[in-house]
Write a protein that binds this ligand. Structure first.
Ligand code: PMP
Length: 388
């Protein structure tokens, strides 16, 4: 028996592999600081936990409709109306196992073989693999040197096979939050070239400096007809392990997604649906506190990275610092740099190469201030050590 060509070519998630190596070292008793994984270090809100426990005890843990419980989809529709400012038909919402799941399902129903999808780099590494799994072709469009999107470059990259693009704001890995003006320029571009937009707002709530994250979908109704919005519980509600998310799509795409999940996953987990509904119905107080903690950590961590000679834009959202480390590579690739940082100083970081930004590394600051301080001390020692 042999796996097929597509499976052979499929890389595992590099961030999850790195996190696994960090866990291995920690299991050996080494004092590992993991800045590699994209996960809030907070517990899920009490409301989510209570709803999950009540769901288990209810005796109702059964199959649900494939696209999710109608009451959850209605709550999601209300949540989208509150947060993005337009009304939504719950029938256009499909609940899935996570944002990751719904991204890949959306690509499955949107792409014909060989269709090109634009990715503005640095881009989250799973997009590339998911486009390929769906039979499409990723096309990378570098951002500007200060991590702002380069919309001229994006327009130049559009060709006869271009079908759509991924939009991720706040961005993993850069933390960049698209401005309304940039979104408007993008809107004109996708309309002129008839492209779909797969709009990943998984970090929507994690923005700082009193800002809110403008949503592409809020701009106007015409754009919503070419956009699939995906979101989930993992980051905004610190519910990574609950594995729950949704897609909001125009009617025929939502129907196709519903058919796809009915054949592949059956339906989302009942317990997680109830937990997600609880936090969407009313934002739990823990969320505001978590956002404030991330902002405090960002304000602590980013200036100190600069003091170590790393160049970086202050991230407006998410919980990643994405410094340019070209000056510190000294003949190494970012992958070698990260491997040595882990083995020598037990700090796990992600090489920018997996996001198509080979002069950068990604450091998650979802750690306590004390751990961030310790990480900075170790990174300073590492930078002062000549490469092996
Ligand atoms: N999109 C982006 C940009 C992410 O960083 C992640 C998680 N790392 C996801 C989607 C997936 O989130 P989920 O846990 O809902 O699958």
């Amino acid at each position: 028996m042999q796996e097929n060509r597509r499976a052979k070519a499929l890389p595992g998630s590099a961030t999850l592999q790195l996190a696994a190596r960090a866990k291995e070292l920690a299991a050996q008793g080494l004092p590992v600081l993991s800045m590699a994984v994209g996960e809030p270090d907070f517990d899920a809100p009490a409301a989510a936990q209570q709803a999950a426990v009540a769901a288990v005890a209810s005796g109702q843990v059964r199959y649900t409709p494939a696209a999710g419980l109608l009451e959850l989809r209605t709550t999601i529709a209300q949540h989208v109306e509150t947060t993005r400012g337009y009304s939504v038909d719950p029938q256009h919402i499909v609940v899935g196992h996570s944002c990751k799941h719904m991204l890949s399902a959306a690509l499955e129903v949107l792409l014909e073989p060989g269709d090109e999808v634009l990715l503005i780099t640095p881009a989250w590494n799973s997009y590339e693999a998911q486009i390929q799994i769906a039979g499409g072709q990723p096309v990378w469009v570098p951002c500007q040197s200060d991590l702002r999107p380069d919309l001229d470059a994006l327009e130049s990259a559009i060709g006869p096979r271009t079908k759509g693009m991924l939009l991720n704001s706040p961005s993993n890995p850069s933390g960049y939050v698209w401005t309304r003006a940039e979104l408007e320029r993008l809107a004109a571009l996708v309309e002129a070239h008839d492209l779909f937009v797969l709009c990943d707002e998984i970090y929507r709530r994690l923005v700082f400096d009193g800002a809110t994250c403008p949503s592409f979908t809020s701009l106007d109704e015409r754009l919503r007809a070419r956009t699939v919005l995906v979101d989930g519980a993992s980051k905004n509600f610190a519910m990574t392990g609950y594995r729950i998310g949704y897609a909001l799509a125009p009617a025929p795409i939502a129907a196709a997604l519903g058919r796809l999940v009915s054949q592949t996953t059956g339906c989302p987990n009942y317990v997680s649906q109830k937990a997600y509904q609880a936090v969407l119905a009313q934002e739990p107080p823990e969320v505001e506190r978590m956002v404030a903690a991330f902002e405090e950590r960002r304000d602590f961590f980013v200036p100190r990275l600069r003091e170590l000679g790393m160049e970086l834009r202050t991230p407006g959202g998410a919980f990643y610092a994405f410094p340019n480390i070209a000056a510190h590579l000294r003949g190494r690739t970012a992958t070698e740099f990260c491997a040595q940082l882990l083995e020598q100083q037990h700090v796990a970081a992600v090489p920018g190469s997996i996001f198509h930004a080979p002069d950068h590394i990604r450091l998650s600051y979802a750690l306590s201030l004390q751990d961030l301080d310790e990480a900075l001390r170790r990174i300073a020692t590492f930078l002062a050590t000549p490469p092996a």
